[in-house]
Design a binder for this molecule. Structure first.
Ligand SMILES: [Zn+2]
Length: 319
């Protein structure tokens, strides 16, 4: 048996085209218990072919539309075409990225600041599909880069050409972007509390759990082999879900405002009083000083730990 898979491409201003994607062949004598349906290798190959087709068609369509003069619609003169590598979970494609002369020969309008414009290269600043970056970060955040690479290699066709260094770079890029956003949100929160310092805390009360930990690292410039991390968790009963936030940038004075910015980012009003649940450690003293904090409570886990230590002491005394 042979099953051929074809795609029919219907452009806006062109007649339909049928393109072969691949085929699946099965021998009638093969025991079905060895596996019915597609195998991973076949599925990956078919997905890769479909993705290559979709990427090329979509990119060409975009360039066709973007290559028109903004004023008269006349097609800009093409200078040359360069390859553009774009990576996705379903494989990478080398797209055609033409460069056009910015000067329109019809009406004289200049599209862009330079002599040439590359619409596709300009539109695809990140040469990686956002979902592919998200998948890399999702798994590299809960396991080692190496294990994440093995999992992505087995699960997605794009993982075949994904070195751990790329995953590391993706995670670093996303981490830096998140940090920039968090810093901006912290500044906005600080400004809002400066202006609204006198407002009474009359909103819905919420509870924020904060703790600190230490992550082992290669030796730092000052000889340390660890970095401090502050993590916090908020549970919203009205939404039936929790939110978590963590940063590994030291135990600075702005940690409290950062916690406040985190609360505001998940919809907790700045006038909501906050009860902080934490241990009594000095390492999180700054993080617990939120502008909206009204109480700091030692949580049950840490109380339990103290009892365990006490009981241990009692046992040692009587031995
Ligand atoms: Zn024009």
């Amino acid at each position: 048996m042979r099953i051929s898979i074809q795609a029919c491409v219907e452009g806006a201003d062109s007649s339909p085209r049928v393109i072969s994607i691949g085929c699946v062949e099965r021998d009638a004598g093969v025991d079905p218990a060895s596996g019915l349906g597609l195998f991973l290798r076949e599925a990956h190959e078919l997905l890769r072919q479909i993705q290559t087709l979709v990427l090329n068609e979509q990119a060409d369509e975009f360039v066709r539309v973007a290559a028109g003069c903004l004023a008269c619609g006349r097609r800009l003169g093409i200078k040359d075409t360069k390859p553009l590598v774009y990576r996705t979970a379903f494989g990478k494609a080398i797209l055609r990225s033409p460069r056009f002369y910015a000067h329109c020969s019809g009406c004289g309008l200049r599209s862009g600041e330079g002599d040439t414009v590359s619409p596709l290269a300009h539109a695809l600043r990140q040469r990686c599909h956002p979902q592919w970056t998200w998948l890399q970060c999702r798994y590299a955040s809960v396991m080692s880069y190496r294990l994440a690479q093995i999992f992505l290699r087995d699960a997605f066709p794009g993982g075949k050409e994904l070195p751990t260094s790329s995953i590391k770079r993706s995670v670093g890029g996303v981490g830096q972007r998140l940090e920039r956003e968090a810093k901006r949100a912290t500044s906005v929160a600080a400004d809002s509390f400066t202006r609204a310092n006198r407002l009474p805390l009359t909103g819905t009360p919420s509870a924020l759990q904060i703790d600190a930990g230490y992550i082992k690292t290669p030796p730092q410039a000052d000889g340390r082999r660890w970095i401090p991390v502050v993590a916090s968790k908020l549970f919203r009963s009205d939404r039936g879900r929790g939110y978590a936030h963590a940063s590994a940038l030291g135990l600075g004075r702005r940690q409290g405002m950062r916690q406040q910015a985190f609360l505001q980012s998940v919809g907790v009003d700045r006038q909501s009083p906050v009860t902080v649940l934490s241990d009594g450690g000095d390492d999180i003293s700054h993080a617990c000083k939120l502008p909206a904090a009204t109480a700091r409570v030692l949580d049950w886990f840490h109380i339990g730990m103290r009892f365990e230590q006490l009981l241990l002491g009692v046992v040692v005394l009587f031995m």
